[in-house]
Write a protein that binds this ligand. Structure first.
Ligand SMILES: C[S@@+](CC[C@H](N)C(=O)[O-])C[C@H]1O[C@@H](n2cnc3c(N)ncnc32)[C@H](O)[C@@H]1O
Length: 218
């Protein structure tokens, strides 16, 4: 279903089009120069990658969407454009420059940008007043993170996710997909060729609780 009809007016940005693109590219590149290991890419994700990743989301069932590593908001505004009017987007990034940029340039009451690590997602979700997340998308450079940190983030994501929700990743290396396969019951995969460089896509689904599914059907 095309839920654009259901969503609120497009997220208000203080700049749009080529101007915003130029601003984002400059801030992203600066962020990369300052923290190359944490940002791990010089080019934000492409529109084709964004559309492919978000196509599997059931927006009608989305109350809380969580984004890890939003950077300069490459996905953020597209998520807001699809999110229902009563939905919320919680964006978590360790980079203060990116957090400030998003807070200053996206004026949308559904968006909360927090400075911190995705490892603490459970606390952030609770602090935002939600029992669980419906969807989590990650732009984290999993292959640059210490193994225990990467595994801890995926485990915390599984715990915070509602049954039927998905953990979505896009990464040049297979690390995120492999970590997702180790934790989630079902994983769909894809390839975004129109991205610099091409990247692997993965959707890890937390299985429908069989008892709840049976009760819902009765
Ligand atoms: C490759 S950039 C992705 C940017 C953007 N989502 C995109 O698709 O173009 C990685 C982002 O992850 C952030 N990051 C790295 N480690 C993190 C962590 N543990 N928790 C939250 N954000 C983190 C970085 O600051 C950076 O913004």
């Amino acid at each position: 279903m095309n839920t654009n009809k259901l969503s609120a007016s497009p997220a208000r940005r203080h700049s749009t089009g080529w101007r915003r693109f130029g601003e984002q590219a400059a801030i992203f590149f600066r962020g990369f120069l300052e923290h190359p290991g944490m940002v791990a890419s010089v080019v934000p994700s492409s529109r084709a990658t964004i559309d492919a990743m978000l196509a599997k989301v059931d927006w009608d069932r989305c109350r809380l969407f969580v984004e890890y590593g939003p950077g300069v908001g490459t996905f953020t505004t597209h998520i807001l454009d699809r999110l229902p009017p009563d939905g919320r987007l919680l964006a978590i990034d360790t980079n203060a420059r990116f957090v400030d940029y998003l807070r200053e340039t996206i004026d949308d009451p559904r968006l909360e940008v927090v400075l911190g690590s995705a490892a603490d997602v459970e606390g952030f979700v609770r602090a935002a007043g939600h029992p669980c997340a419906d969807y989590v998308i990650s732009g984290l450079p999993f292959s640059s993170l210490p193994e225990a940190v990467a595994e801890g983030i995926v485990a915390a994501t599984y715990r915070v996710m509602r049954v039927g929700g998905a953990f979505m990743t896009y990464q040049f290396r297979p690390t995120a997909r492999d970590l997702t396969q180790a934790q989630f019951e079902k994983v769909d995969t894809g390839l975004a060729l129109f991205n610099v460089p091409p990247c692997l896509l993965a959707w890890g689904w937390k299985h429908e609780d069989p008892l709840a599914a049976r009760e819902a059907a009765e």
